[in-house]
Design a protein around this ligand. Sequence first.
Ligand code: ASP
Ligand code: MG
Length: 461
Amino acid sequence: MIKVLKFGGSSVQDAEKIKHVCSIVIEESKKSRVAVVFSAMKGITDLLLNSAKIAAEGKTNYIENIGTLLLRQEKAVNELMSGNFAQEAMASIKEMIEELESLLKGVELVRECSPRSLDLIASFGERLNNFLIASYLNSIGQKAHYVDSREIIKTNKQYTRAIVYYEETYKNIKQRIFKEEGIPVITGFIASAEDGSTTTLGRNGSDFSASIIAAGVGANIIEIWTDVDGVLSADPKIVKSAFVVPEISVEEAMELSYFGAKVIHPSTVIPAFEKGIPMCIKNTLNPSAPGTMIVKKPKAHNMPIIGIASINDVSIINVVGGGMIGQPGFASKVFETFTKNNINMIMISQASSEHTICIVCLADDAKKAIALMKEDLSFELKSKAIEKFELKENLVIVSIIGENMRGTPGVAGKLFSTLGDNNINVYAIAQGSSERNISFVIKKEETEKSINVIHKSFLGV
Ligand code: ASP
Ligand code: MG
């Protein structure tokens, strides 16, 4: 049995937490062959990126950040280790931090931080933390070795969001991981390009790293350890009776992630799931809880939906006008403004009368989008093909998600009659043809009530 375990920043934010997760790792290593991936300590990646920004402005107060980093590392080393182990670990950590300081000095001098330098600077968070944890494990008699994933995960040069070269990466993983005795402790988030320069896989990329490692070693399971009991049927802050869903499909996990329930980043799952490796979400604060399994084909169950998610602070833009009727290409003209200006449309709907196109986007983007459309579509406005742009604010998107909705008649009926019975007005509706998700837009004030009545109506509690 081979397991890949991944722990995020909040699970390893200080010595006490590191001790705790290491006890979990050691327990697991008695039952299976394990490889472990850690993120940087909580807040460190932000601190590093912020330091780079300060230095690029030619300011010197990034030095305070380095001081904070050094203190935090020193404190952790002293609380975790003593004697030779502590001295040796501290010497290497100091060396790394000195290298970081000279890099930042360079950025300060040239007053510019390229994405390439930014990735190198960000890489120190994962390097320091994984080095520290590997040293700690050895100091308590658990054989472990630090693995710098830059030697293994190969990417292109799209710094800050690099694209993985899988073939080469898998070959490296097979050659390197598990060749040495002891537990491999592997840096998440970072990788390298052909020329050896440091790249990163995007913010929160450590889950992705773990998934790549799992695919490369042919793991039986990958466990993502966080600080919740698993995937919940709704936000427990909104629904008191929300519960942990024991098993969901990959697609359901993706739908949930898109809708703000931060389970896992959708791209995370790709490498592991291509190889049929299931993923389990576990809680470091409650290790004996079974967690949520994310699998290709969940066992049949009779829950009509597995969860409710929502996106706060959205607005609706209605593009209204008679000139749009029967005009091919009209919608694409409207969307063009969004694409050109990199504004995300979260939901779109157009009824068959074609008199309005309804676009839902983040509230912060809406006014800007309208101003830009007014410029781009000034001809259509003048010729009255478009009558007006309407803006509706203070809205929320709520989605119900579940594989069992597919091909089941009556789900939408039940949803909207539940909302109607509770006097909740729906402003827009969208259902993708995957039928795994029905989304609708309501007033912000009605979020709590809506999610609770739907939870009760579909899940009984
Ligand atoms: N440390 C990186 C970040 O904060 C990667 C991760 O946490 O997964 O984005
Ligand atoms: Mg993180």
